[in-house]
Write a protein that binds this ligand. Structure first.
Ligand SMILES: Cc1cc2nc3c(=O)[nH]c(=O)nc-3n(C[C@H](O)[C@H](O)[C@H](O)COP(=O)(O)OP(=O)(O)OC[C@H]3O[C@@H](n4cnc5c(N)ncnc54)[C@H](O)[C@@H]3O)c2cc1C
Length: 494
């Protein structure tokens, strides 16, 4: 029987951290799965065998923008749990950051499982924002390079706690990670980064219960005439269209494509798109107001280092100094920042970047019903950003500049304007009220029996730490919910 004629327990769209983790966990629960991915596998380039990793810019110049594993193929592998405060409605300069419909304690067991699956290396030491955990990190932290250890000591000498960044890399005895300088923003040719493909998709394929179809694009979700149940999807593969049927459908195509697929699935029962009866689909975009800090000690280039190992998380909660959470200061990797700026700025950015200990500043950007995507026809035609909390961001920047100056960096360059919105989330957020959310607290589309979203879209707020571990933990929780439903268990394996 052809792949398209079979009936699956679950069809999953997208192989990023959300989709791949869901496929892995459902396969372990005994389900038969079709996993659809628009991109193809990234393969080591024999012509570039001398380098450990290939930058995002180089991949893009080769036309590679979608791949198995999604954005995690390029990620910095910083896998953080959201902090307890992130689950609550929290006052910020521009309004309230949205509460989650579940508590940290509800997600904690799944965070623990997620850390084990992705082999996270970390330590709660020096991190006042670290939430309670049921057990230690699966592995000890990545040791700081001597250059970084010295900086960390100088910051600690100011009385500030400095934390290890929890990281998903295969470091240690027998591990593939050589702690090179090319990690954040790079595809690792050694498979040393525990991204979604390496950590969960390959083991999922080994179960024999997951069929992966690459270069296949989901066009829409199909439903019963009354619109209450999803029956499968319509996809495009090698120029032909096919319908695939399943007991459960999970859309995990990322923060822009998941809402687009649901929007494109408009039908008689869902005239405004699936999950959009109250106009929330694509809205409530949230994330991090992110900017750069370039502390420079002298005009010599910083040697190649695996520098993304420390963070200052001491400003995570409101304080006497500032009534709102400020966010985090986090070491960046040594990525070629200059590749992503306009040509005339490149020499300047390259000069600065190569001589500085690049760091990120991240402050929460708060959603509103106005923030997010605008659709027209079958396309996204616009995106309005969330509320940026600019005064809060600048306060964090002030602290960061002072800290690095006091640590011996004579010149600390940091543009006043943040560079971008990072870690975007929330475009199909979960909640108890269908008037303000797309998904219910189990990440099932409100009013539907068997249609789930398990990717970055579900997060109603992003706190100020990296969001992927929360996507992974939620995918594990969604898998447990799906595995308990009669819809799945009643579908006989073909
Ligand atoms: C340079 C960089 C560094 C980062 N560093 C970190 C970090 O250190 N820590 C952290 O937590 N996060 C980091 N992130 C963010 C992180 O990668 C994302 O948050 C995460 O990958 C989101 O996972 P996802 O499952 O929601 O979606 P995605 O990773 O976006 O995956 C979605 C998948 O769906 C596929 N798809 C889309 N549309 C369709 C369709 N119609 N049909 C079939 N398939 C489709 C896509 O090709 C993709 O593979 C980083 C991101 C980048 C780019």
């Amino acid at each position: 029987m052809s792949l398209f004629q079979q009936r699956y327990d679950v069809v999953i769209v997208g192989s990023g951290p959300g989709g791949s983790t869901l496929a892995y966990s459902l396969a372990r629960h005994g389900c038969r799965i079709l996993l659809l991915e628009e991109g193809d596998f990234l393969q080591p380039d024999p012509a570039r065998a001398e380098v450990t990793a290939i930058s995002m810019g180089e991949l893009q110049r080769k036309g590679l923008r979608k791949y198995v594993g999604g954005s995690s193929k390029l990620y910095g592998a910083a896998l953080y749990r959201m902090r307890e405060i992130d689950f609550r409605a929290t006052a910020t300069e521009t309004g309230e950051s949205s509460a989650w419909p579940i508590s940290y304690a509800d997600l904690e067991p799944y965070y623990a499982q997620a850390e084990r699956l992705y082999g996270v290396r970390g330590s709660p030491e020096g991190d006042p924002s670290e939430p309670p955990r049921s057990g230690p990190f699966p592995h000890g932290p990545i040791p700081h390079e001597p250059y970084i250890a010295e900086v960390v000591e100088r910051i600690r000498a100011q009385g500030l706690p400095v934390a290890y960044i929890p990281k998903a890399v295969d470091h240690g005895p027998g591990g593939r990670c050589v702690l090179c300088a090319t990690c954040d923003g790079y595809y690792c040719q050694r498979d040393a980064k525990l991204d979604a493909e390496v950590a969960v998709l390959r083991p999922a394929l080994l179960t024999g219960r997951v069929q992966l179809l690459t270069r296949a694009r989901c066009l829409k979700v199909l439903t019963t005439p009354d619109g209450r149940s999803a029956t499968g999807i319509l996809l495009e593969h090698e120029g032909a269209r096919h319908e695939v049927h399943a007991g459960v459908v999970a859309v995990c195509a990322g923060v822009t494509q998941t809402p687009l697929i649901l929007w494109r699935s408009r039908n008689g029962a869902h005239p405004q798109g699936i999950g959009n009866a109250t106009g929330c689909l694509g809205r409530y975009l949230a994330g991090h107001t992110a900017g750069m800090l370039f502390p420079i000690r002298n005009l010599r280039k910083v040697p190649p280092l695996h520098q993304k190992t420390f963070a200052i998380n001491a400003y995570y909660e409101p304080s006497a100094d500032w009534p709102y959470p400020l966010g985090v200061i986090q070491a960046a990797g040594q990525f070629p920042l200059w590749e992503s700026v306009p040509g005339f700025m490149r020499p300047f950015v390259k000069f600065i970047a190569q001589r500085s200990l690049m760091c990120f500043l991240m402050t929460e950007a708060v959603p509103s019903k106005d923030s997010g995507l605008r659709f027209d026809g079958d396309r996204i035609v616009g995106m309005r950003r969330p509320l940026r909390n600019m005064r809060t961001y600048r306060k964090l920047r002030e602290h960061a500049v002072r800290i690095f100056k006091d640590a011996g960096y004579g010149w600390v360059y940091s543009p006043r304007t943040p560079v971008a919105l990072w870690h975007p989330v929330g475009t199909a957020r979960f909640g108890t009220d269908p008037a303000t959310s797309v998904l219910d607290p189990d990440c099932r589309v409100h009013g539907m029996d068997n249609l789930y979203v398990a990717d970055s879209c579900f997060l109603p707020s992003a706190g100020a730490v990296n969001t992927s571990l929360s996507v992974i933990a939620m995918a594990l929780r969604v898998a447990a919910t799906i595995a308990r439903t009669p819809t799945v268990s009643s579908v006989p394996a073909a």
